[in-house]
Design a protein around this ligand. Structure first.
Ligand code: GRG
Length: 415
């Protein structure tokens, strides 16, 4: 299902935009053609591949209707994490369409928000993965992300105090977090906890209209302990694992680095030598295909493009990998007939890999302008980009006043 190469720009007509630009030292030429774009690394002998923007939007919209039905194959497989599927879908489309187009396209932002509230579990105080499911930190984050994206964090139905108590109650004496009352500890949950609390705080600070103020600032998590636990999950190879002593894994590296960025303590846990070691471990994830794997000796997978690029962006080391070769790998994982992106070339696409593939291309700055409302960095102005810490469009993060710490750009030799 890999995408057919776009051989050149010869067949362009009046509808087609053709833009040259320099991207982080790599010359790019972007050609727009019927809802697909060719991204051409000018310094590369590789054949350029099309990015099928319109196909991906229609894939996600069609998939949404399949996921609605729990009797469909896709719906049955993803029933337990539907709320995360909604977050991946909405965020992916939001990178390719304006908020107004997103609303019109889905005709459903109010319906989606209503559905999100059916996933609230008032016994635990968190959101579940689907209506009537038990609350869990993973799904509480997805719920709050959807509300952030749709500008509904001020909704009267949002039980901010109860959600905060749910999160605080999951912190363990060593600073780690469990995902729910069943006791599994994972650095994913540290990220989710810090992120959810940042979103709840932003909702309070924006004085969400009509809601009862419910901040009890005595009611806090222990940030220092949370940071200390994450620091303890750092391994000798420079990476981070799910718990203390667990193997380094790129997904966990993202969670730890992004959690430290939210806590604004990245520089404390990653002074220069540790920053360099982590950069090397992450850069070594790039394999011959141009794709990235999640740990040594494993296969490349499109989703690691996100987990690794975001970590490298936060630590100022994005230039340590070959960006256009990675972009080409992601483009080869597209289904050029029905849309969507798979984990690797010729596999079946799914919404998870579609989101993370698009998000990675966005982080790379390789997504060309999608609509007349957005201008592209290729034309020297801004394109709607994804934030590497919060995994939401940058303008949403700015609107909410979410803060994070990033490290300054750093060269592999330490400069
Ligand atoms: C809001 C972006 C965002 C994230 C929320 C859920 C979460 C927080 C982060 C998940 C981070 C993570 C652990 C990602 C890895 C997912 C993955 C593909 C795991 C596969 O692991 P293996 O062992 O695969 O099956 P490998 O590639 O190691 O063989």
């Amino acid at each position: 299902m890999s995408s057919e190469p776009s051989h050149n720009n010869d067949n362009v007509d009046g509808d087609v935009g053709n833009v040259d630009a320099t991207h982080q030292g790599q010359n790019l030429s972007v050609t727009q053609e019927m809802g697909s774009y060719a991204i051409l690394p000018a310094d590369s002998a590789e054949t350029p591949f099309l990015f099928h923007e319109d196909l991906h939007v229609s894939y996600i919209v069609q998939m949404a209707s399949k996921l609605e039905q729990s009797t469909s194959f896709e719906g049955a497989l993803t029933e337990h994490l539907k709320i995360s599927g909604v977050y991946w879908s909405l965020t992916a489309i939001s990178l390719l369409r304006t908020p107004q187009q997103l609303d019109a396209l889905l005709q459903a932002s109010t319906r989606i928000v209503d559905w999100v509230f059916t996933c609230y579990d008032d016994r635990s105080g968190g959101f579940g993965g689907n209506t009537g499911h038990d609350g869990h930190l993973l799904y509480t984050l997805s719920a709050l992300q959807i509300l952030a994206l749709t500008d509904r964090l001020g909704d009267r139905r949002l039980q901010r105090s109860a959600i905060r108590r749910f999160i605080i109650g999951l912190q363990q004496p060593d600073g780690s977090f469990t995902g729910d009352g069943w006791g599994e500890v994972d650095t994913r949950f540290s990220y989710c906890a810090l992120y959810c609390l940042a979103l709840l705080q932003s909702a309070e600070e924006s004085g969400s209209s009509g809601t009862v103020p419910d901040t009890d600032h005595n009611d806090m998590i222990d940030i220092d302990r949370a940071v200390h636990y994450i620091a303890q999950c750092r391994n000798l190879d420079g990476g981070f694992g799910a718990v203390v002593g667990a193997e380094s894994h790129a997904g966990q590296v993202f969670c730890c680095v992004a959690a430290l960025a939210i806590a604004q303590q990245l520089d404390r846990v990653l002074p220069k030598p540790q920053q360099l070691l982590l950069g090397w471990w992450l850069a070594e994830r790039q394999v011959d295909s141009g794709g990235l794997n999640g740990r040594p000796e494993k296969q490349a997978d499109v989703c690691y493009s996100w987990w690794i690029l975001s970590a490298l962006t936060i630590t100022g080391q994005l230039s340590w990998i070959h960006q256009s070769r990675l972009a080409t790998f992601i483009l080869k994982c597209q289904d050029d007939v029905d849309g969507g992106i798979a984990d690797r070339p010729d596999d079946m696409p799914d919404v998870f890999h579609t989101f993370f593939g698009i998000a990675a291309l966005s982080l790379l700055g390789f997504l060309p302008p999608s609509t007349s409302s957005f201008t592209s960095q290729h034309t020297g102005t801004t394109h709607r980009r994804i934030d590497p810490v919060y995994a939401l469009p940058v303008d949403v993060v700015q609107r909410l006043g979410l803060q994070s710490q990033m490290l300054p750009p750093c060269h592999p030799d330490g400069r």
